[in-house]
Design a protein around this ligand. Structure first.
Ligand SMILES: C[S@@+](CC[C@H](N)C(=O)[O-])C[C@H]1O[C@@H](n2cnc3c(N)ncnc32)[C@H](O)[C@@H]1O
Length: 233
């Protein structure tokens, strides 16, 4: 099986299981709270009605808190995810937190979703762009994010790069099974080139590790977590 197909299958089955077994904001899971930089970047926007896009939104870890903020000032948040299950649970969460009127739920592959031009004040892509099929697809999606952003708007991209898997019994390290496994420095150069006309506010990366049982083996996943925020002039 091609790496892309295998990675996509694993991505789907992992999230289907997680979203049916765990609740949004459940402690002890990564769904426990929104990503700090995502919320802080929203707070950089000036007051007034705003449109937001959350690409690869999952069940609303970031979208629901942003929708709650939009409630006070007006606007909408478009929430796009590949998985029907994610969008169904997102809709339930939107009802639960009483923000259903602000959320526009969309089941779509980020790679093929045509972002409406000059529509959004803020675009979030958290753990999504490493799941497109190639570097050129990555560039195409980033250009769509940029074209979809209004003047003075922000893009916030968070993604895993240089994903490795280490077998904890043999110590053997292999490239991680993920759709797009970019070298960290290469991803940084790509973003710097693509955003050369924007002001780059944050560009940082941190190593991260987690242990899981996969294919019946104890595996340690290692990656560099890239955080990128830019402002359009
Ligand atoms: C690790 S989760 C993060 C969810 C959310 N961004 C958050 O921070 O809570 C990654 C999400 O991206 C979605 N996803 C993966 N590949 C995608 C793609 N090609 N297009 C749209 N969504 C995708 C998955 O279904 C999953 O819900």
């Amino acid at each position: 099986m091609e790496v892309f197909e295998l990675a996509r299958r694993q991505e789907i089955s992992y999230h289907e299981k997680l979203y049916t077994e765990h609740k949004l904001f459940e402690s002890g899971t990564w769904l426990a709270k929104p990503v700090k930089v995502v919320v802080e970047t929203f707070d950089l926007l000036d007051a007034g009605s705003k449109n937001v896009l959350d690409l690869g939104c999952g069940v609303g870890r970031n979208s629901i808190p942003i929708a709650q903020k939009l409630q006070a000032q007006g606007g909408n948040i478009y929430c796009v995810d590949l998985l029907q299950t994610a969008i169904e649970v997102l809709n339930q969460n939107a009802q639960k937190y009483d923000v259903q009127d602000l959320i526009v739920p969309i089941v779509a592959d980020a790679e093929h979703y045509k972002i409406p031009e000059l529509t959004f004040d803020y675009i979030i892509s958290c753990s999504c762009l490493e799941h497109v099929s190639s570097e050129s697809a990555f560039e195409t999606v980033v250009r769509r994010l940029q074209a979809g952003t209004r003047a003075k708007g922000f893009n916030c991209i968070l993604m895993s790069t240089e994903v490795m898997e280490q077998d904890l019994v043999t110590g053997e390290e292999t490239a991680g099974v993920i759709e797009l496994n970019l070298n960290t420095q290469h991803a940084i150069r790509l973003l710097q080139e693509l955003y050369q006309d924007w002001e780059i506010l944050i560009m940082r990366h941190l190593p991260q590790e987690m242990t899981e049982i996969k294919y019946g083996r104890n595996i340690k996943f290692k990656s560099n977590w890239l955080t990128f925020v830019a402002n359009k002039s």
